[in-house]
Design a protein around this ligand. Sequence first.
Ligand code: NI
Length: 161
Amino acid sequence: MALRTIRELGDPILRKTSKEVREITPRVRQIVEDMLETMYADNGVGLAAPQIGILKRIVVIDVGEEQEEPYILINPEILSVSGSQTGHEGCLSVPGKSGIVTRPNEVEVRAFDENMRAFTLKGSGLLARAVCHEVDHLDGKMYVDLVEGDLVDVEDLEEAD
Ligand code: NI
């Protein structure tokens, strides 16, 4: 396992479209392990492979709460969305910043796990937000494109609470 360097907004790799994973190789397993380690080290709730400079359709998510294990989503495909939620969002590729983004409140996503078994995940609230945010990364989309108003410093938000 190894910590990877997180690419930051402005790095052109974050704007590229990632490729599907065709098979689970030792390298893919290593990427997943490194993504988890890197996400937890930075206290993130999700990370997409392009954020560590790898253009593969791999996402990891751990929103805590009722979730016992992190979700590993390989080649995720959003099947349906419903409802909406408006709230603060951040990204490890935009450190120290936060902005208001409207997202679906419920999402159903189909993906493959680290053994290439297909599964469907339904999520609401923070999990739905995280799924949409991370899947966007695989298509070169960043939450800053969707922000309503200005990005703010996370420190200022914490002081206001
Ligand atoms: Ni992000």
